[in-house]
Design a protein around this ligand. Structure first.
Ligand code: ADP
Ligand code: MG
Ligand code: MG
Length: 203
């Protein structure tokens, strides 16, 4: 994937976030404050605007997304996603393409960024659980090419699995046991990110 492909991925994600805004908000209404759809849509709408005139390279596309999300998305998800995209931008410094072999380290950088920013280690029922499993599973398969279909499959399975957990971080943690059975909004918006990645490159 070069800078143009990545920009295409992000444009597609911005469209999907707009389409799924009401659903993400519904998920966040059940366990949080009902703004995850609006938060994400605000940020990604601005990403789409910025991309119209963007002409930079690969690390710069990720940096653009990071900065835009941090400044436009109110709420926990802005700095968390912003940190993920910032770390990916740093990893890609000097590169013009993301190759199959780059995915494990690229995802690890993103996942570690979210873990540090959110002060989570996994099992708290947040978006981090999805990022971590995708990154760790990709790393374990070192040597084999990482397909976006795999990334999507692992993300979906994890988002489904953590429904049974009790939320320990973020607003959902206030619900305690009542959070069990509900989907985590940030985990679901992360799945959509991998879904649109797969639709963009279909590898
Ligand atoms: P807010 O909770 O501030 O309203 P959003 O609704 O936009 O922000 O995002 C909520 C999502 O952010 C949650 O579903 C969860 O996945 C993620 N999240 C919240 N707190 C943390 C944290 N400390 N670490 C990782 N992810 C978190
Ligand atoms: Mg919220
Ligand atoms: Mg909020």
């Amino acid at each position: 994937m070069n800078a143009k492909d990545v920009a295409g991925w992000f444009q597609r994600y911005a469209d999907v976030i707009e389409e799924k805004k009401a659903w993400l908000t519904e998920l966040d209404s059940a366990v949080g404050d009902g703004d995850h759809g609006a938060n994400m849509a605000r940020g990604w709408k601005e990403v789409r605007n910025q991309l119209k005139t963007f002409e930079g390279g690969l690390p710069e596309v990720f940096l653009l997304v990071s900065r835009t999300l941090i400044s436009k998305v109110g709420g926990a998800s802005g700095p968390l996603y912003g940190t993920a995209f910032l770390r990916m931008s740093m990893f890609l410094k000097g590169k013009e393409e993301i190759g199959h072999d780059d995915w494990p380290a690229l995802l690890k950088a993103a996942s570690e960024g979210i873990g540090q920013r959110g002060k989570v280690n996994g099992g708290e029922k947040t978006m981090y659980d999805v990022w971590a499993v995708v990154s760790e599973t990709a790393e374990k398969r070192a040597g084999e090419p990482v397909r976006t279909s795999h990334l999507l499959e692992w993300a979906r399975e994890k988002a489904e699995a953590i429904r049974d957990l009790r939320a320990l971080k973020g607003r959902a943690a206030y619900l305690g046991d009542r959070s069990v059975g509900h989907r985590d909004p940030g985990a679901e918006s992360t799945v959509l990110l991998f879904e649109t990645l797969h639709q963009t490159v279909s590898s």
